[in-house]
Ligand binder design. Structure first.
Ligand code: SF4
Length: 362
């Protein structure tokens, strides 16, 4: 091929089609030899690939593996997932966080069954119209499951491309992102697109680390502008990290006369919408007055730290030695038996507290 230009503005080493094809060969060869043996790499089933891709968003591979197996055992295909109750779907997601992903996957299955006879459509545009499928997921599922020539861009790929092409513009900027999407499309091979896309992500996960990239063992180091200029770690350029806000919250272990536990369903728009939590308040006095409880009657049970988006929360849990008599504002509070608690989905921190309380009951 001639010296047609890929991206004259940004690229230096990979300007020509010749170098693009060299890049493709190197990265595909490396992937075949070095790829990790992951469960979702042993299948071409679009449903399973979709499940893995959605679970892997914002979650580490090691965390995802047991969830992936458990999920597929209970929901082996779109039909089984579509027919399940949302409460059970959430229960199977419990601990993975970002529960919106589970809800969207559930809705996705319902739409795939209602409109596409239980099979994922095989074109990127229709994939994009389905719940839970954004540009990244359409690229991943389209290329890996169907071999479509569609790009993808995630944190790993952004890091690699900004380093290889020495892109020093802020990646939070929409124009920079569009430019990266364009590059990720232009460098796609005609064949093995799924492997190529996975190879980029794999390189980001196992070689091109955010700090101290392992350039000595990188298959494309001779084409990487960032590395060759000695500035690999200065890419990608990002906006300063959001400040972490620390806050205190107070949760209560309250029982009724039948020894059931008081829990609260989180409303739409609240943190953890549709999940259950213990009654909790930022302001301890507000909690005390809502349940007509005196501070002296409470016993401090434990303190847990957990994070939520940009908040670092210290959660102090108190218990009352006797059954609770009164709830002033009753909205969304429910008394649950042990069995009901085990079927309901709690964010990890609350599940940990409840498990601890239940253990002491034996
Ligand atoms: Fe990343 Fe280094 Fe490879 Fe460049 S040479 S892609 S910086 S690991």
């Amino acid at each position: 091929m001639g010296a047609s230009k890929l991206d004259t503005h940004y690229s230096v080493r990979i300007q020509t089609m010749k170098n693009i094809s060299k890049f493709q060969k190197k990265i595909l060869g490396w992937y075949q030899a070095a790829k990790r043996d992951l469960p979702w790499r042993q299948t071409k089933d679009p449903y399973k690939i979709l499940v893995s891709e959605i679970m892997l968003q914002q979650t580490q591979v090691d965390t995802v593996i047991p969830y992936y197996h458990r999920w597929l055992k209970r929901f082996p295909d779109f039909e089984k997932l579509a027919a399940a109750e949302e409460a059970e779907v959430l229960k199977h997601w419990q601990g993975l966080g970002y529960y919106r992903r589970a809800k969207m996957l559930h809705r996705n299955a319902q739409q795939v069954c209602a409109q596409h006879a239980g099979k994922l459509p095989q074109d990127a545009q229709t994939l994009l119209s389905l719940p839970g499928i954004g540009r990244y997921t359409a690229g991943a599922v389209g290329s890996i499951a169907f071999g479509l020539k569609v790009p993808l861009l995630d944190g790993n790929v952004i890091r690699i491309l900004t380093r290889i092409f020495a892109i020093s513009k802020n990646v939070a900027d929409k124009n920079t992102l569009e430019r990266l999407w364009k590059i990720s499309k232009n460098i796609l091979p005609n064949k093995n697109v799924g492997d190529f896309n996975q190879a980029l992500m794999e390189l980001g996960a196992t070689v091109c680390f955010p700090r101290s990239p392992n350039c000595a063992n990188c298959p494309v180091s001779d084409l990487c502008e960032g590395h060759l200029s000695g500035k690999a770690e200065s890419y990608p350029v990002k906006s300063p990290a959001q400040k972490i806000t620390k806050m205190n919250e107070h949760a209560f272990i309250f029982r009724d006369k039948e020894n059931r536990l008081l829990v609260k369903k989180q409303k739409t728009g609240e943190r953890w919408a549709d999940l259950w939590t213990l009654p909790h308040f930022e302001n301890l006095n507000e909690g005390l007055s809502n349940f007509k409880v005196k501070k002296n009657d409470l016993k401090k049970l434990r303190t847990d730290k957990h994070g939520f988006t940009r908040y670092q929360i210290t959660l102090n849990t108190f218990t009352l030695g006797e059954p609770l008599k009164k709830i002033v504002k009753k909205s969304d509070y429910v008394w649950m038996t042990k069995k009901e608690l085990s079927r309901s989905t709690f964010p990890a921190v609350y599940q940990k507290i409840i498990d601890g309380v239940m253990q002491h009951e034996h």
